[in-house]
Write a protein that binds this ligand. Structure first.
Ligand code: MRU
Length: 354
């Protein structure tokens, strides 16, 4: 995979992202050397997708630690809580952001007797670990998901849950990359994904570049494709999965799940275990981000509605567990009842040796 959505800058003093707001027109890398710059990049979707924003936040936390360390331990201990707050509030729905930052903070707090440089070094190692673990999780999701794809599968996906959204080959797109790698035919229909077009700008871009057959469709075409028998399965990603299996993902996912159910088409959600949030009992407890009205009224700079018309612009919606055929995770494929399957997985993770 030659797409690296987030990585260390060569200098080691910053993280580097592909500015996804510029794709597909231009492939531009940005260096971010502070929590504030990283939070801006997350909030404006320069880096996006739940796993990728978690990774970016972890790297930014480590960058800040390295910057504060030369001034001593007191300076470091004073700066890190602010760094945490700035980053954690960048976007509310994707739980990986908080998950990654809690992990970084836990490392810093677990070294009460260490010097500033040692803490900074350890944080850098932890951030690298979060990035590398995510890469490995993507491959495992791909391996577990692959058997769910029939030969020459016709797959519908929504938004972008691919390499651009993760540290590796994606979540929803991982089984697709693996099917392609295995020489098993696969045809993807990519929803355009209104209003910010992650499907057309990002998913179509990365699949097309990888040589995978991808056809772009406006969101409103999905029902017709399904009715005509042109879709074998749907796979989407997730921003947060509640303890009962309800899934928050890009707005429009719920509608697709209803359509899939109506047409008897399997509806899969792919996620790393870092996207599970067992503290949310159901999807009702998941905070849903609302985006600026102008992302709908004047998307990409063109006025497409009265400039002051009221807009409702949630970035995500919740798909009820009852509409989901299976959850494809890096720890295996989970089938209903999801509450039991997720509880079992959480228990396994807790007892796993470090
Ligand atoms: O607003 P975005 O582009 O960050 O939304 C992304 C999604 O909804 C993805 O499907 C989700 O984060 C999973 S990415 C592996």
């Amino acid at each position: 995979m030659d797409i690296e959505a987030v990585r260390w800058a060569e200098s080691g003093q910053a993280l580097e992202i592909i500015d996804q707001t510029r794709l597909p027109e231009a492939e531009i890398r940005l260096q971010l050397d502070s929590a504030e710059a990283t939070a801006e990049a997350i909030g404006s979707l320069r880096v996006r997708g739940a796993p990728a924003i978690g990774i970016a936040a972890a790297l930014a936390y480590a960058v800040e630690a390295a910057r504060a360390a030369p001034a001593g331990k007191a300076a470091l201990r004073e700066r890190l809580p602010r760094v945490y707050d700035v980053l954690v509030s960048a976007r509310p729905t994707g739980v990986n952001l908080r998950w990654a930052l809690d992990r970084m903070r836990g490392v810093a707090e677990g070294m009460p007797d260490a010097g500033a440089e040692a803490i900074a070094e350890r944080l850098r190692a932890e951030a690298t670990c979060i990035l590398e673990e995510d890469r490995a999780m993507c491959r495992r999701i791909g391996q577990f998901g692959l058997p769910l794809l029939p030969e020459n599968a016709r797959v519908l996906t929504h938004c972008n849950a691919g390499a651009l959204a993760t540290g590796g080959i994606g979540t929803a797109l991982a089984p697709i990359y693996m099917a392609h790698e295995a020489g098993q035919g696969v045809q993807v229909f990519a929803d355009e994904t209104r209003p910010l077009l992650q499907g057309s700008r990002l998913t179509a871009w990365e699949l097309h570049r990888a040589g995978i057959a991808v056809t772009l469709v406006a969101d409103v075409v999905a029902a017709d494709l399904m009715r005509r028998g042109m879709i074998d399965l749907v796979i989407v990603g997730a921003d947060r999965v509640a303890a009962n299996g309800d899934v928050a993902n890009k707005v429009g996912t719920y509608a697709l799940s209803v359509l899939a159910k109506h047409h008897g088409i399997p509806f899969y959600v792919a996620l790393p275990t870092s996207t599970l949030d067992t503290r949310c009992a159901t999807g009702a407890g998941i905070p849903i981000e609302e985006r600026a009205a102008d992302e709908v009224r004047r998307g990409f700079g063109t006025l497409t509605a009265p400039s002051d018309v009221p807009v409702y612009a949630p970035a995500f919606d919740v798909t009820p567990a009852a509409n989901i055929t299976a959850l494809i995770t890096d720890a295996g494929v989970l089938f209903p009842p999801f509450d039991r399957a997720i509880a079992g997985l959480a228990a396994d993770t807790e007892t796993e040796p470090a």
